[in-house]
Design a protein around this ligand. Structure first.
Ligand code: 1CP
Length: 358
């Protein structure tokens, strides 16, 4: 196995010493990069891109070359899991994802299989993981990912993105057992899928709970966090002689940081609604923190972006356990130069917080 040339990200996830704060960005391979748009055009559509291991690898490596990211993230989508469970999925041009035949009742949930073997239906993603590891050649670690069961369920029941989540909420309130059956199937499928990614070379994994924040505290515990916990409990935690860090990210979940840290994850992903010093005071002695610049800060001038990076670094202060990131994904219309400046600023400004104590 090739030695990692830059393992800052893995060390920060485990709260070990680093020379500077590592940085990567959610959605770092994406439409704000002309290079990404060119590769996607070559593939045909978004799902064709996801299904080509060679092209997936190409777009995964673009932000490593262009931004100098300290970690690569598998290029795929969270919705390939319900697709592999038999649901038709489409991505129209300029549109979000759509499930034209959504889950509407108990019988629909009963029909869905648990994916115990990800090579059955998701083999193309596992091939992409192995191809990316080969092409990275040890430059930076590779992060694998999946959606949280709750977040996947929102798309499966709503039939796509949603504003008020009326259908999935109605199912949760009216038929809680049906919802639990669905979430349990998703949790076990996601756990097997993430273990497949780890076996094929993912060196850390992140669970994206993009829609956990729309729930009450009680419902978050019962319908989202419990199922992420069930996944964490099933994951391979060591591979290739190293710990495989697990990152949990709940957008809108900053009120529940202690409960998220209690799942046994290694890293808690922060959105931009909390000051990182507050998050550090609450859970920083137990887990590493990932985040948390407001993604819209990337619309500001480069000087303002650098000022914000400095402020977040100062709030975290000295000490280990910070992976710099945005609080959510980069948006498609951000100028590429601004993203480059964000990465440069973190690299340059963070060194002072990691000098040996004198
Ligand atoms: O036009 C295009 O090229 C498609 C845009 C796009 C991209 C680049 C989609 C459609 N998915 C992706 C890739 C993707 N999705 C990654 C790649 C790795 C990276 O560089 O970060 C990841 C991690 C995801 C995860 C994902 N997909 C999430 C969770 C993270 C988040 O951003 O909140 C969610 C909610 C999705 C669903 C999805 N896929 C695509 C879109 C536009 C959406 C959101 C739909 C909506 O609710 O409006």
């Amino acid at each position: 196995m090739t030695e990692l040339k830059n393992d800052l990200f893995l060390r920060a996830c485990l709260r070990q010493d680093v020379e500077r704060t590592p940085v990567w960005m959610m959605r770092q391979a994406g439409r704000y990069l002309p290079e990404y748009r060119a590769t996607r055009a070559k593939a045909g559509g978004f799902l064709d891109l996801c299904r080509s291991p060679e092209l997936c690898s190409e777009v995964t490596l673009q932000p490593i070359d262009i931004l100098g990211a300290d970690a690569a993230i598998l290029f795929s989508d969270i919705l390939v899991v319900p697709e592999a469970m038999g649901m038709k999925l489409t991505f129209g041009v300029g549109e979000g994802p759509k499930f034209p035949d959504p889950v509407t009742c108990r019988a629909d949930v009963e029909k869905l299989p648990v994916l115990t073997d990800p090579s059955d239906g998701l083999g193309y993603v596992l091939d992409a993981v192995a191809t990316i590891r080969r092409d990275l050649n040890g430059r930076v670690p590779l992060i694998g990912f999946a959606g949280s069961p709750w977040t996947l369920a929102t798309y499966m029941v709503e039939g796509g993105g949603s504003k008020n989540f009326s259908k999935v909420k109605a199912m949760m309130f009216n038929e809680p057992e049906t919802m639990h059956l669905l979430l349990g199937k998703l949790a076990d499928s996601v756990a097997a899928y993430l273990n497949g990614q780890i076996a094929h070379g993912a060196q850390a994994v992140q669970i994206f709970d993009t829609w956990g924040g729309i729930l009450t505290t009680r419902d978050y515990g019962e319908f989202s966090l419990a199922y992420m916990q069930r996944i964490v409990g099933q994951l391979t935690r060591e591979h290739e002689g190293r710990r495989v860090p697990v990152i949990l990210y709940t957008k809108g979940g900053m009120g529940w940081l202690e409960a998220i840290a209690d799942t046994g994850c290694d890293v808690v992903g922060l959105d931009w609604s909390i000051d990182i010093d507050q998050a550090k005071a609450r859970i920083g002695d137990r887990v590493a923190l990932q985040g948390n610049m407001d993604p819209t800060m990337l619309y500001a001038k480069p000087g303002r972006i650098r000022e914000e990076v400095r402020d977040i670094l100062a709030r975290f202060g000295h000490g280990n356990g910070h992976v710099f990131n945005l609080g959510h994904g980069i948006t498609p219309d951000v100028p590429k130069e601004h993203a480059i400046e964000f990465f440069r600023a973190v690299r340059e400004e963070s060194v002072r917080y990691h000098q040996a104590a004198s």
